[in-house]
Design a protein around this ligand. Structure first.
Ligand SMILES: Nc1ncnc2c1ncn2[C@@H]1O[C@H](COP(=O)(O)OP(=O)(O)OP(=O)(O)O)[C@@H](O)[C@H]1O
Ligand SMILES: [Mg+2]
Length: 297
């Protein structure tokens, strides 16, 4: 298999006595969109700032393109584009001037793609940066990043200020990067965005990665919600070990099933005469809340 684009092993970061990162181990592979999610203060931005060489690690390893993120930062940055959640711009330059300056600083040129992006994001580039709202400042940084020809794109909550229409535009351009074989690390609190776009997800809590994998893998580890109506009394289903939170009203039952045991539960249901059945796989939100709250661990 090709070398991972981002490789982080047991990364640690202390701020004085406070250990913000305890054990971050994760990889971003070439050509994938990796979603980085976790509650406020979990360490997402600290991990990203360490990757960018803005912060120096206290322990562990972190490489991008096989190079050390601290000592080889200059070489890495030639192939990387980054958009932070809080975008600060030069207040006296217009949006258009800032975009061109950001591109120039990255050794890039204003291209036809840049114009398309300005149109897609519906940004008035003639206004001074200081007059821009949070969402408009984010658009400036996004336009510059998306028109940069890089191999890795790192977005740290880039859509926190965007309206739903612009969120769509953002997703469209991320998927275009992915189609072009680029790698993307995306931290986000918008779980529908992560669910829709990410090939794999890392969940971070209190400075530790507590789960990584594809959404499918994570669903496998979780429970599917079932609502079923049977011809015969379904009470016996509630006795199965794989069935949880069993509730019955007449011949209608609702319960959760360990996803890997679905088959056995269906086999037990069939002789009862299934009349109606609805199954709902866990959403990323269910998974997130479960990991976050440590429920049903
Ligand atoms: N420069 C710093 N000095 C001291 N503590 C810091 C510093 N930067 C971050 N921290 C602390 O490290 C922890 C992780 O912060 P971080 O910004 O990485 O969280 P996050 O996961 O990005 O959260 P959010 O979702 O709110 O953006 C927090 O407790 C934060 O207060
Ligand atoms: Mg953050």
């Amino acid at each position: 298999m090709a070398q991972p684009v981002v490789q982080i092993q047991q990364l640690q970061k202390r701020f004085g006595k406070f250990q913000a990162l305890k054990d971050i181990t994760m990889t971003v592979n070439a050509g994938e969109v990796f979603g980085f999610i976790g509650p406020n203060g979990a360490g997402k931005s600290t991990t990203i700032r360490t990757l960018l060489g803005i912060l120096k690690k206290s322990g562990g390893q972190a490489t991008i393109f096989g190079k050390d993120v601290w000592s080889d930062a200059v070489a890495i940055h030639k192939r990387l584009a980054y958009v932070p959640g809080d975008v600060y711009l030069w207040p006296n330059l217009s949006g258009g001037e800032v975009i061109d300056l950001l591109l120039k600083l990255n050794g890039q040129k204003h291209s036809a793609l840049t114009d398309t992006l300005i149109q897609d994001f519906a940004l008035d580039v003639t206004k001074k940066s200081r007059t821009y709202s949070k969402g408009n400042r984010q658009k400036v940084a996004l336009i510059a990043a998306f028109s940069t020809d890089a191999d890795l794109y790192i977005f740290d909550e880039p859509t926190s200020g965007l309206d739903p229409l612009m969120e769509e535009v953002f997703q469209k351009h991320v998927l275009a990067l992915k189609a072009a074989g680029k790698s993307i690390l995306l931290s986000s609190h918008i779980l529908s965005e992560v669910e829709r776009m990410c090939d794999r997800i890392g969940i971070i809590r209190e400075g530790q990665i507590i789960e990584t994998g594809s959404l499918e893998d994570m669903r496998q580890l979780s429970r599917t919600q079932i609502t079923v109506t049977t011809a015969q009394d379904p009470a016996a289903i509630g006795q199965l070990a794989a069935v949880h939170r069993f509730n019955q009203t007449g011949h209608k039952a609702t319960f959760a099933v360990d996803s890997e045991q679905l088959d056995a539960v269906m086999t037990a249901l069939t002789p009862l005469g299934i009349q109606q059945l609805q199954s709902t796989p866990p959403t990323l939100e269910d998974l997130f809340l479960r990991y976050y709250n440590q429920e049903e661990a």
